[in-house]
Ligand binder design. Sequence first.
Ligand code: T46
Length: 134
Amino acid sequence: MDIKKIRFQNHSDPRGSLVVAEWGKELPFEVKRIYYIFGVGGDQRRGFHSHKALRQVYIAIHGSMKVLLDDGERQETVLLSDPAEGLYIGHNVWREIFDFSEDAVLLVLASETYAESDYIRDHDAFLQSLKENK
Ligand code: T46
């Protein structure tokens, strides 16, 4: 599955922490868009889609959430709770995000600008697209 955890540069000193994610070092793509998600109720789930080309890095800037990842062959659930760590997700990976803590803020760094045409929002269509692209 095209996913990996990324550890960012963490500059902590008595004044607090400063975390850096730099393209060519920790970040595997140039960032064209950022967005963030917060205020998600405890029983709400987000995502439920894959991307045809988009690659992203998820960062739990505050609080925690879980991400279920599925490449059509296996599934894995990753807990995000460390603001000095990112979760890279390549294209063609189905994701569902859930178990947001009340204080959770999920920051997303994206390799492309927004395009609804890049989304596959139906799981059967996702599995079909994997077969067609084999
Ligand atoms: C992902 C997870 C973590 C825009 O207009 N521009 C944008 O850049 C984005 C990301 C969304 N939108 C609009 C489209 C919808 O009307 O915002 C609304 C909510 O988006 P969506 O239902 O796709 O939200 P999530 O949380 O299910 O998914 C989003 C991203 O779309 C997705 O790529 O990985 O956050």
